[in-house]
Design a protein around this ligand. Structure first.
Ligand code: CAA
Length: 390
């Protein structure tokens, strides 16, 4: 039974901050952000945008195109959860008018949860091939103002439709996984910002990639040259490049690693450079970018994936691109979205950063900013009130 990704749609906020402005405000050499970290712009979610509105806006083009029929599972992956009890996916279920015969849950393991959501969805569709599953990955990356993590913030959501006859990518069954109980990055329930041991987190990420790859390679007998392209979890684009370099080194490749990395990974990084980290969505934002922008056709080509979630769980897996995939992409929509954002100043970014959703139980209507198809309209008696944007 083949199962995999039938549609992939990406959404990010309508506001952004040019990291040149942040570098100037923080007294940092711009080259550190653009060359050292590999980021140019970060997505800024306005006060009436959250993980629900971003995920619903990501999924809307898929629903508009294929309809809701047969979708009987929604898996919502996030580490920016808005409720300890109710799944964010239920709000999306309501906003999109999904069928009542539909199971909805939220999954968490840092940035890895989107991958287990995708693989669980594929297994459930394999067991019931007429079913379709909607996987939603949506996150807002937040670190303290002025911290080393600040230029790697961002936001975004990816929606993927998983079916038994996928138009984009068939998942291979094999995987390599590496799990380790570590404190490289975490966010206690009382904190709106993540805590991170930055340098340590990059070492753990690389080690997790190497261990997962070693296991996958042993199981499958494949080598890195069997992949036309590789996509990585992208906390910042140079992390993905470093990870591929590490796998090449582990595979005994001594020469031209920089060029090989540019060829195998480069085309997946463009969107992330313009949005920043979207945690659970970032690997799949990379896949959307690759499918949208690869200059040569990837028909029948195998793609390698490394998913990493701090704390930590890593998984290396793969899939084969469906011939004709280019007819089923939302490339124009993605590119228009990225090109038409409104730039904010550093002061506006800090003002937005310092706002939080009121928690006193009073009724509030939120000012309307530019959003996607849905917005967080306000709060009533501790309930988030969402609405479609006309
Ligand atoms: N010109 C060019 N390059 C420069 C430069 C300049 N003027 N100044 C510095 N650089 C280079 C440095 O040499 C360095 O390159 P290398 O990594 O190749 O050595 C790079 O820019 C970064 O510089 P620093 O190491 O000094 O940067 P930092 O310590 O201030 O911050 C960071 C880097 C620790 C990654 C920080 O951004 C951070 O904490 N980020 C959040 C955590 C994170 O993203 N971790 C990734 C793994 S965990 C994960 O993946 C899960 C997740 O989503 C969070």
């Amino acid at each position: 039974m083949t199962t995999g990704i039938d549609r992939i749609s990406f959404y990010t906020s309508r506001y952004c901050l040019d990291l040149k402005d942040l570098a100037a405000a923080r007294g940092v050499d711009w080259n550190k952000y653009s060359i050292g970290i590999g980021q140019e712009i970060m997505g800024i979610p306005p006060p009436d945008e959250d993980i629900v509105t971003m995920a619903a806006s990501a999924a809307k083009p898929i629903i508009d195109e294929v309809g809701v029929e047969g979708i009987d599972l929604v898996l919502f992956a996030t580490e920016s959860s808005i409720d300890q009890s109710k799944s964010a996916g239920l709000f999306v279920h309501g906003l999109l008018g999904l069928p009542s015969r539909c199971r909805v849950v939220e999954l968490k393991q840092a940035c890895y949860s989107g991958t287990i959501a995708l693989r669980m969805a594929a297994m459930m569709v394999a067991a019931s091939p007429t079913s379709k599953a909607l996987v939603l990955c949506s996150d807002i990356a937040r670190y303290d103002l002025g911290s080393p993590g600040e230029p790697t913030q961002g936001c975004g959501a990816v929606a993927m439709l998983v079916t038994a006859k996928p138009s984009l990518l068939t998942l291979d069954p094999e995987y390599g996984a590496h799990t380790e109980d570590v404190m490289d990055f975490w966010r206690p329930n009382y904190s709106e910002e993540a805590f991170v041991d930055g340098k340590y987190s990059t070492r753990i990420y690389l080690n997790s990639a190497a261990e997962s790859w070693r296991q996958y390679a042993e199981l499958t007998g494949r080598s890195l040259s069997d992949f036309a392209r590789c996509c990585y979890h992208i906390p910042f684009t140079n992390m993905a490049a470093k990870a591929h370099d590490r796998l090449l080194k582990e595979s005994g490749i001594r020469e031209d690693r920089k060029e090989i990395t540019a060829a195998q990974v480069g085309e997946s990084l463009g969107y992330n450079r313009m949005t920043g980290n979207s945690y659970s969505a970032s690997l799949y934002e990379g896949l959307a970018c690759l499918l949208d922008t690869a200059t040569e056709s990837l028909d029948n080509k195998r793609i390698g994936f490394f998913s990493y979630g701090s704390g930590s769980v890593g998984e290396f897996f793969s899939g084969v691109v469906t011939p004709g995939y280019r007819d089923h992409l939302y490339t124009d929509r993605h590119q228009t979205l990225l090109e038409s954002r409104t730039a904010v100043t550093v002061q506006q970014y800090e003002d937005i950063f310092n706002l939080s959703v009121p928690s006193d139980g009073w009724d509030y209507s939120f000012t309307e900013y530019q959003t996607g198809d849905f917005r967080l309209a306000g709060m009533q008696a501790h309930k988030r009130m969402y609405e479609a944007v006309s």
